[in-house]
Design a protein around this ligand. Structure first.
Ligand SMILES: NC(=O)c1ccc[n+]([C@@H]2O[C@H](COP(=O)([O-])OP(=O)(O)OC[C@H]3O[C@@H](n4cnc5c(N)ncnc54)[C@H](O)[C@@H]3O)[C@@H](O)[C@H]2O)c1
Length: 337
């Protein structure tokens, strides 16, 4: 069994803990949070020791893998500490909030001989994999327009609930760096690298220093164009929508289903039984965190590479940093290679 520890016992930690519980070849060794009550609560629930000091947990428990679920701008520091103690790392999105910090995480993990994997659980959904395969197989022809509409609601209370939320220093941005990064990562997975972005970012509805609303014109390396609309400023009930148009077909989907599946070979809209047990025509919410934990356990046991290597997890952050640069300068910004 591969031993896992969870670093950060906040909102996302319950998903990490359940994922470890369900994953093959994985066992939970301990949890850690600087806020004792949070660590203690999870420790009691899962019957493992808790720590309020990461170094102490690493020294005593010598875990195979640490899952990092601390505020985004702390991922680098915590990853590097874990790597220093020989622990492989599975790190929440965004992997970090600056290019420099991500590169130093990658370098340190390489030097220490430990693996570093990113978390974008939606990459594991069967609907996403089916759409990627159809696009890669040329089933909608040459890509023309690849659009993403990521319209979220996050209340002022959400932003006020923790001092790191909605800050440049620890959230790394607003709607884009925290929520819409999932959608941007999905566009990269489906449509390929983005070459440049031209953006407007505004703070229209929340009292925060970062953006709650953005509109972006996108140019992909393969020549396709697209738009991204990203927000946390909207009222509840807006859907996430992807619209991928090729010269010979269209694929579009939202949070819960495919809307359009028009391919050259007239293949039927893929129906999947999701891993939560439901039957869903197309897009299904699946337990992606469990799949990524199981994958990391497999990496430790077999030496294979993580499903989402750090260079892959970095791509969406690079795009978002370019979006911020474009919004600041008013000019088209090109993505770092
Ligand atoms: N994959 C997803 O869908 C998803 C969803 C939610 C959050 N996240 C990511 O997970 C991370 C955490 O988000 P959250 O909403 O759970 O935040 P949160 O504020 O609820 O939890 C973070 C926890 O980290 C703890 N912490 C801070 N410094 C620490 C340290 N040195 N050692 C141990 N613990 C420490 C805090 O006390 C807090 O309990 C963020 O990067 C976020 O982007 C991912």
């Amino acid at each position: 069994m591969v031993s896992f520890v969870v670093v950060g016992c906040g909102r996302i930690s319950e998903i990490h803990l359940k994922a470890i519980e369900k994953a093959k070849n994985a066992r939970l060794a301990a949890v850690c949070d600087i806020v004792e009550e949070k660590a203690k609560e999870k420790a009691l629930l899962y019957n493992v020791p808790y720590y309020t000091d990461l170094e102490e947990m690493l020294k005593k428990e010598k875990p195979d893998v640490a899952i990092i679920g601390t505020p985004s701008g702390m991922h680098g520091e915590h990853t590097i500490k874990c790597a220093g103690h020989g622990a492989h790392v599975l790190c929440e999105k965004p992997i970090e909030i600056t290019r420099e910090k991500i590169d130093s995480m990658i370098n340190v993990c390489r030097e220490k001989g430990v693996l570093l994997g990113g978390i974008y659980q939606r990459r594991t959904y069967s609907g996403a994999i089916a759409a990627k395969k159809a696009i890669e197989d040329g089933q909608i022809g040459k890509l023309i327009l690849c659009d993403g509409y990521f319209k979220y609601h996050r209340s002022q209370e959400y932003y006020d609930s923790d001092s790191w939320r909605g800050t440049w220093s620890l959230d790394g941005g607003g709607a884009l760096m925290n929520q819409c990064i999932h959608g941007i990562d999905m566009l990269l997975m489906l449509c390929g690298d983005i070459m440049s972005v031209t953006a407007k970012c505004e703070t229209l509805a929340r009292s925060i220093e970062v953006e709650d609303t953005a509109v972006i014109l996108v140019k992909y390396k393969n020549g396709a164009l697209g738009v991204i609309e990203a927000a946390t400023s909207l009222s509840e009930g807006s859907d996430t929508i992807f619209e991928i148009h090729g010269a010979q077909g269209n694929i579009s989907f939202g949070d819960s289903c495919f809307y359009k599946w028009q391919t050259i070979n007239n293949s039927p809209m893929p129906c999947v039984t999701d891993s939560m047990g439901g039957k869903n025509c197309g897009w299904a919410e699946e337990d992606g965190h469990r799949i990524l934990v199981e994958d990391m356990a497999q990496c430790v046991l077999t030496g294979k590479s993580p499903l989402i290597p750090p260079e892959e997890a970095r791509r969406a952050v690079d795009v978002i940093l370019a979006i911020y640069q474009s919004a600041k300068t008013g000019k088209e910004a090109f993505i770092n290679d």
